[in-house]
Ligand binder design. Sequence first.
Ligand code: UGA
Length: 435
Amino acid sequence: MKLGFIGTGYVGLVSGVGFGNLGFDVTCVDIDERKVEMIKQAHPPIFENGLEEMLKQLIASKKLIATTDTAQAISKSDVIFICTGTPSLVDGSIDLKYIRSASENIGRALRDVNSFKTIVVKSTVVPGTTRDVVLPILEKESGKKAGVDFGVAMNPEFLKEGVAVKDFQDPDRVVLGTEDPKSLEMLKELYNFVNCEILETDTATAEMIKYASNSFLAVKISFVNEIANMSEKMGVDIDLVAKGMGMDSRISPKFLRPGIGYGGSCFPKDVKALKAAAESLGIGAIMLAGSLEVNRNQPLRAVELLQKHLDISGKIIALLGMAFKPETDDMRESRAVPLAEELLRLGAKVRGYDPIAKETAEMSMPKGTEFFDNVEDLLKDADAAILVTEWKEFQSYDPEFFLNHGIKILVDGRRIYNKKTFNAAGIVTEVLGQA
Ligand code: UGA
């Protein structure tokens, strides 16, 4: 089987490279010529561990080609994945403009096709989108009948940035949402490399599985953040609380790490979109609203901890890390942004350093933020530091490191430092969630 991927963001490129690596012929399509050129030169437009090496081999062996021409990809491929972005509208609801235009382009290209091809939505979309939006557009533009002349399916993606290649190769589960038996057979053949369970559903159920999974994890993080905030004030050790909770296999220790909140391209957007979709149907989304509220307040908790020891106005505050999590240059919805905004509002001079997210941080951080190329320059003359992203290089810092760089006040927003040891060494240290 030959495969096409429409959209070369995280989902499209990682999946394309992943399937290419398994021996499939892959065509990657993007409307952005710059991205296509970069892929042709074997430079992934996104940073993802292990991706560049794999892409280099696939480009050299011509197993993967990149183009701006959707029709070319459709004519060559048996299965075409729609992997375009699904941004939020101002009210938080999903913006389907890229899904619609990709569907129109694919539909038009299907007009001249005589073989059965399956169009698979891989982008995260609200339940019903594949059946009620994508399918009718494909039928209208192609003049053909879904389920007869071509297939339609939904196959959600569960990749985590930073470990996306590994997640692709060794998934926890695969969900195949289909509307016709032929598409299901094609997708089952495609995924016969996995060792995990394959769940077969209709397309709307597959879409909901993706939203519900991300929303559940977001709620779980906000829940533990709320418990951490209480523990801090109640003199309770949140590490032991999370450990004790996680020992219950029904709860599990995963995604039970308190901090300044969740960011990234998925959790905030997906929770907002599902909430908006539920509300548009007149259904409340109380849990989702609660998670978003906790997440909005969580970065401000770091400011509150700093204010216990410092009048922030006019002070230089150094941010260690800015990416939404380590091992990525992604700044989307990073908690560093609202944190910096609050510090600037209080009159601080904000500066930041991130080992990878340099260019992306410069584009995303609020105006007035100063950027540094290394941690030594970042900390020089700073009045306090806040740990925002738990990069490995920061985890190795001991109290002497900070003292040698003149830092006497430290707030740890990701809980990587030992408050007692640091305080005993002479740095006033606050660790979010620790009494
Ligand atoms: C998330 C999901 O984990 C993936 O399964 C999903 O495929 C992906 O979204 C998507 O929909 O595409 P990702 O956004 O890469 O993946 O990031 P995560 O590793 O899930 O982390 C999200 C945020 O939660 C980060 O800001 C992280 O710092 C925060 N987090 C995570 C916590 O604050 N505490 C935790 O215990 C875990």
